[in-house]
Design a protein around this ligand. Structure first.
Ligand SMILES: Cc1cc2nc3c(=O)[nH]c(=O)nc-3n(C[C@H](O)[C@H](O)[C@H](O)COP(=O)(O)OP(=O)(O)OC[C@H]3O[C@@H](n4cnc5c(N)ncnc54)[C@H](O)[C@@H]3O)c2cc1C
Length: 528
């Protein structure tokens, strides 16, 4: 209710990340942008007006009794930074001053019971509830339907930021959902442990968000995707509480944890996550490899995955991405090479790291890779969280930059790569660039992650929607998934429906109807 000063660690309302790190395009990059696209400076509108608060004062007072008056906020600044997520369409709309999806109020519960109390009030007054972790969603997961509801609450889990317990014998830890990536790692490090989950959004994204979207981090080859790290969950639903995960494995019917992992706030609010943890690594070594082609590098990744020889980090850029070198914006344009850059990283105890590194080196060298040394690896590690800031600088210069991702089996990778790249290139027209990398591998297949850059059209939102639809059609037509780790949100729903078919959709709707009979949880998100 009260206007209060912003919490520390909040992101810029119209850009990615820490407002203090917003930067102009580095000179090298600006030169290249000028050459390829032509610079067309497009300033953002940072302080656009918000729609009026639609929720009655009496209902806000009821919420304030449930979570404390300081934890119900309706001031513009708090609502503004919880409007949508951080996809390029989200940023374009915020930059244009479109805040029509702003929540009416931001409610910050401090415990499972307070979450349950807020859900009860939401049901009673028919308020839509949008769980908010880090706010880094990129597929519309924070854009709930407003029609038919008395208002929209952003349920900000930021106060639920405790390391609840650690089990040093079983190597598990119970984390609250509002912990951001760095906070969780710092708390675990004090116990000699690590989670090892480092998505590019790590600095701002939350534990609850990782679970709710089935996120995958840059070290997935070594530590596994986030859903593979989860051994237990506690969830608050409008029908009550559910606790899942009583053993490392079981045969007690279908695994209900999987219903909530990836449920994007539509089935319940995740209020605690029990994760598998590892010993804090003593050493971390990152190095580069060069491959004559993307296909040759991908084949080497497959060999590693299928021989059980995966490093902690394993990623491969295609020819265009290698030439552009996204890891180092200052060097853009400076290094042009036809070779494809692979990064391998090893984390753990020194002897184990050296043994794995020697074995992987032998395989990669035997397959035709050329070692590029640790400098290339360190450069990647150093800049691994910087690319999203570059996106903002490109948007400032009138260049549309966005990413999308998918996954398929090894036998289908070439077709998927060709089809998605062709779809994006045709839809975006000239001048545009389509870059791709592989950064998550499995014995049976891998994900493909595309980045596009194109000169902004008069209506960049329509321009991107057309390209995204063409790429999404290409993914489903090729038999791949609509998302390997960005989740469904609202953007992917039509293609998700095609992926799982009418019976799959019907199962999801039935679960939703049982857990959330009045439909207050993230309406319109995830379920087609
Ligand atoms: C620049 C950038 C880079 C990214 N890189 C990666 C990457 O490398 N790997 C990757 O997997 N993803 C990546 N993402 C996507 C995003 O960061 C992930 O989806 C992340 O897991 C979202 O976490 P969050 O805490 O920000 O969730 P939010 O954005 O707050 O929420 C995401 C969805 O989960 C729901 N939700 C959040 N918390 C809870 C909860 N406690 N209970 C129930 N539902 C909840 C929300 O309602 C929403 O639908 C990236 C995004 C950006 C902007």
């Amino acid at each position: 209710m009260a206007s209060d000063q912003q919490q520390s660690g909040e992101m810029h309302p119209t850009r990615w990340g820490d407002p203090a790190r917003a930067q102009a395009l580095p000179d090298g990059a600006r030169g290249m942008v000028e050459l390829v696209f032509g610079v067309d400076d497009r300033p953002a509108l940072d302080a656009a007006p918000l729609p009026p608060v639609a929720i009655d004062a009496a209902v806000l007072a009821e919420l304030a009794r449930a979570v404390g008056p300081a934890n119900v906020r309706t001031d513009d600044e708090t609502r503004r930074v919880r409007t949508r997520g951080k996809s390029t369409p989200d940023l374009l709309r915020a930059r244009a001053g479109d805040l029509t999806d702003a929540p009416d109020a931001v409610v910050r519960p401090g415990s499972h019971d307070e979450v349950a109390a807020v859900l009860a009030i939401a049901v009673e007054h028919h308020l839509a509830v949008v769980p908010f972790g880090g706010g880094t969603a990129v597929t519309g997961g924070l854009v709930a339907r407003r029609d038919g509801y008395a208002g929209v609450l952003s349920l900000d889990l930021v106060r639920m930021d405790r390391l609840v317990s650690v089990d040093h014998i079983s190597m598990t830890a119970v984390l609250e959902p509002g912990l951001r990536g760095p906070e969780a790692e710092a708390l675990l490090a004090a116990e000699g442990m690590t989670l090892g989950h480092y998505p590019q959004s790590w600095e701002f994204a939350s534990i609850g968000g990782f679970a709710a979207t089935r996120s995958s981090g840059q070290s997935s080859a070594g530590y596994g995707r986030f859903d593979a790290l989860v051994v237990g969950l506690t969830v608050a639903t409008p029908r009550g509480r559910i606790d899942l995960g009583t053993a490392p494995a079981n045969a007690a019917g279908p695994d209900l944890r999987q219903l909530f992992l990836g449920s994007e706030g539509a089935f319940g609010v995740i209020t605690a996550v029990t994760v598998r943890v590892r010993k804090l690594p003593e050493v971390k070594v990152y190095e580069g490899w060069r491959w004559p082609s993307f296909a040759a590098g991908a084949a080497a990744m497959r060999t590693l995955a299928q021989s059980g020889l995966l490093p902690t980090v394993l990623r491969l850029s295609d020819e265009t991405e290698s030439a552009i070198n996204l890891a180092d914006p200052a060097a853009i344009g400076a290094e042009a090479s036809q070779a494809c850059l692979m990064i391998t990283g090893y984390e753990g105890e020194p002897a184990a790291v050296e043994a794995k590194r020697a074995a992987v080196t032998a395989v990669l060298a035997g397959l035709g890779g050329t070692g590029a040394g640790t400098a290339a690896g360190e450069k990647w590690a150093h800049g691994r969280f910087d690319a999203p800031y570059l996106r903002d600088s490109m948007l400032d210069a009138g260049v549309l930059v966005e990413t999308l991702e998918t996954a398929t089996f090894w036998s289908n990778v070439t077709r998927l790569y060709d089809d998605v790249k062709a779809a994006l290139t045709a839809a975006l027209g000239e001048p545009s660039l389509v870059l791709c990398h592989i950064s998550h591998v499995y014995e049976t297949g891998c994900s493909l992650y595309f980045t596009v850059a194109a000169k902004e059209a008069d209506d960049p939102l329509a321009q991107w929607r057309a390209a995204k639809a063409a790429a999404s059609d290409a993914m489903i037509d090729a038999g791949a998934t609509i998302t390997h780790h960005h989740a469904v949100g609202t953007d992917h729903k039509p293609w998700f429906a095609r992926e799982i078919g009418p019976l799959g959709v019907s199962v999801l709707r039935a679960v939703k109807a049982d857990l959330d009979p009045t439909g207050v949880l993230n309406p319109g998100v995830m379920i087609p």
